[in-house]
Design a protein. Structure first.
Length: 337
């Protein structure tokens, strides 16, 4: 189980129940804890070399307040992001957070969870009678932090009591035990990020292997949660059809009796900023990022990204649509982008 090497607390976070809980947990584990000084700046992470700065940031957790009242939108999977934590201890080379979190992606957990959920309730009321969907992992993987924070459990229980809202999150990690016995009333969709054995071994450093993720997924299915699978990013290297066919076959073997399953598929894409950061952090990376093999496209947040050309995308779309329908006929393929 991942543990931070250092935890910094915004002083005001200790005024909140979940902030005090986290403080007590980390001190009991004898993990070094500091109270942030004036300005709540994160110190002690080196500026260079880039690989060291990035790696050390992955072991620093800041327990902070989430003061911004507005939530970001989260197309196409949800209406809004639900900010619980940000960043992730995984060290995936392709991660899209290379664009948004930069070169020191330290982890954050927000102590004022009840205020955050109160703001979520306002959004829910504004959209009534429609059902409002919140995404809890848009800028993070919350599972590695859950044993210390309890924030996912709090959110799951909040949404369990609402008929007019749904919650969803995604993880690559396997520490799911604390969530299995919770009352969720089928209003939280528990999703796993999966990929081919080749992609996990080559570019998803510091994450569980596919077999471990599938075992955790089976536990979650047994607990009765609505399930989801994200296959992302699909990297179209030579032999990709065989690799992803094997993945879908393994998934089908585990979920043959699952009647509430969604599947989301995202082809690999990258921004210029992400590529620059990736090559600074992983100078020997073999991740395919040749611009001449891609098409430039603007995304929902206003910056451009390099995606597979339409003809390549069409081949992948037809492959996944066919094989998902054949192997997982009861699953809902939500999108392939």
């Amino acid at each position: 189980m991942w543990q931070p090497k250092r935890v910094l607390f915004e002083e005001k976070a200790l005024d909140y129940e979940y902030g005090r809980r986290m403080y007590d947990k980390f001190t009991a584990l004898k993990i070094p804890v500091e109270i942030m000084g004036k300005g709540n700046r994160i110190s002690g992470i080196p500026d260079s070399p880039a690989a060291k700065a990035w790696s050390e940031a992955k072991n620093v957790l800041a327990v902070r307040m989430r003061n911004t009242k507005t939530f970001e939108t989260c197309k196409p999977s949800a209406h809004y992001q639900l900010p619980l934590v940000s960043s992730c201890p995984g060290k995936c080379e392709y991660c899209y957070l290379h664009t948004s979190l930069g070169k020191k992606p330290y982890l954050r957990a927000y102590a004022n969870i009840d205020e955050i959920l109160s703001r979520a309730e306002q959004y829910i009321v504004e959209r009534q009678p429609e059902v409002t969907v919140f995404e809890g992992a848009a800028t993070s993987d919350p599972i590695p932090l859950e044993p210390f924070t309890g924030l996912l459990a709090r959110a799951i229980q909040f949404f369990a009591d609402r008929t007019d809202a749904r919650f969803r999150f995604v993880t690559k990690f396997t520490q799911v035990e604390s969530l299995l016995s919770l009352k969720h009333n089928n209003r939280t969709r528990f999703r796993f990020s999966l990929n081919s054995h080749k992609v996990i071994q080559a570019w998803e450093h510091g994450t569980p292997d596919l077999g471990s993720r599938l075992n955790a997924l089976a536990q979650v299915a047994e607990a009765g949660y609505p399930l989801g699978v994200i296959i992302a990013p699909v990297v179209l290297t030579p032999g990709w059809q065989g690799e992803y066919l094997q993945l879908l076959q393994e998934l089908a073997m585990r979920l043959r009796d699952q009647h509430d399953l969604t599947i989301e598929i995202i082809l690999h894409r990258f921004t210029q900023r992400a590529k620059n950061n990736i090559m600074d952090i992983f100078p020997d990376s073999t991740l395919p990022m040749e611009k001449e093999d891609r098409t430039f496209k603007y995304g929902q947040f206003g910056y451009g990204k390099y995606v597979y050309p339409k003809d390549v995308y069409s081949v992948a779309r037809d492959f996944f649509a066919t094989e998902v329908a054949r192997l997982l006929p009861e699953a809902k393929l939500e999108y392939l982008v």
